[in-house]
Design a protein around this ligand. Structure first.
Ligand code: FES
Length: 115
């Protein structure tokens, strides 16, 4: 027998993809990392862990919506364009969307269970 704590695997209900692209800015276009998306991804991840939400953050490349970033995509769900706003209010709005999506998927899973 192994002398380690057993940690059950948690399969996320969905992924939250956060654009963390940083441009070299030779073209003077905005980019999500330049608007704080990397710090935002860390903060979202910490909050989701603190609330035990069954989701995971994926840090990803450009989503071609650079003008209205930072951009966040709920997998198979809502696209959130923060439009330069990484304030606490905006963070809370993103968290509210994540909580709503978790609840929606949990409800759908219960409804799909056989009687
Ligand atoms: S840099 Fe984030 S969408 Fe393009």
């Amino acid at each position: 027998m192994f002398e380690v704590d057993y940690v059950p695997a948690v399969v996320p209900l969905f992924y939250l993809r956060v654009c963390i692209n940083r441009r070299l800015n030779t073209d003077n276009l905005p980019n999500c990392a330049g608007r704080g998306s990397r710090e935002l991804a860390d903060r979202l991840e910490k909050q989701m862990i603190a609330e035990s939400l069954p989701t995971k953050v994926l840090r990803g490349p450009c989503m071609n919506n650079c003008q209205i970033g930072p951009n966040i995509k709920i997998q198979a769900g809502e696209m959130l364009n923060l439009n330069c706003d990484v304030s606490d209010a905006s963070f809370e709005a993103v968290m509210a969307s994540i909580r709503a999506e978790v609840q929606k998927r949990k409800d759908a899973a219960v409804a799909a269970e056989p009687l």
